[in-house]
Ligand binder design. Sequence first.
Ligand SMILES: [Zn+2]
Length: 400
Amino acid sequence: MSFFCQRDSYARKLDAQVVACTRAKSEDGKRDGFEVELSDTVLFPEGGGQPDDRGTISGVAVERVVRRGGSAIHFVTTPLDVGSTVQLEIDWTRRFDHMQQHTGQHLITAIADAKFGSKTVSWCLGPRKSFLELDCDKLSQKQINELEVDANQAIRNQVSVNLKIFEAGSSELEDVRSRGLPDDHVGPVRIIEIEGIDSNMCCGTHVSNLGHLQAIKLLYAESKRGHTLLYYLSGQRVLDYLHKAVDTERKMTKLLSCGPENHVGAAEKVLSTQKSSAKTIRLQLREIAELLAYKYLHAEEKETIVCVHRDDGDIEFMNVLAGELVPHGILCLISVGPEKGAGQFLLAGPDALVASLGPKVAECLQGKGGGRKGRFQGKATKLSERKKAEDLIRAEVSKN
Ligand SMILES: [Zn+2]
């Protein structure tokens, strides 16, 4: 196959004739539309790991382009007249990004092979970052750095990237890197040559000179089932990423009141302070629970029902308080969480009472829970209803 976009990957517009236009569903089956076949196309149908292009046919948006045998099929939602001449225009920002990521992949693949003997077994052009899957089980940071240096040196050298066409079976193809041709491949074979560095059988669209890649940043490597996924950015993505990183860095500088070189230390200090504060709060809550229990147990008029709510309480607070009161025959309803929002509750006391009242309390608080042996606890979605739950408990107890 050879489409106009493959012969001239920098072409952004093309006039073509509509060969066929048939009713069809979108791939997810949710939308009605039309599959349009044209005499030629400037929109690349997906292939070689490169996603398909977006663009317009005489102003009609193309939502998908796929290859079917030797044809490119364009999915649109407005029909086009068969035989008419149409103007194609490409979403160039998307396409040029794909060209930068794809040629970047060829370059990294070639250097990883030449330097470390690591072969690329697959790659993925992601929406934000891409990765190559190398057949080695790991890649050290030193190796990654060396790869990055060499890739960027090749970019600085402004090496030409050439398209070569050979007949299938030609002897020229013997030393070419390839992961095989698709089963429905027809016609001559395309080779993408990075002069002096690599020759690769590929149907994708590429930059014509490595200088157009601007830069390559290798992000990190991840081990996966004996292979290594090497994540990278190429071209404009390097600048976009840097733009975000600088923005984050400036925000962190303001938040932490220190320069970037001290961000990690300052963040570690904040986290460690937060951890020790959380521990102090936990211990103090426990003390409050014990003091509250003491207050109830030593009151002049002994309570048989205690209802306590605490916004900043936690499960331990509920457990400690209940643990102190229940042995004295007191039935307690304890809740924690924001006054009018969702939180936790615990009903604890004599077995029979808790078993019959638990589900009713849960219903009042629009929550659910469960338990056994004198404990019923769960989640409440409406803590503001706890007065209703308390009235219900008092009414039931007074009946007995
Ligand atoms: Zn390729």
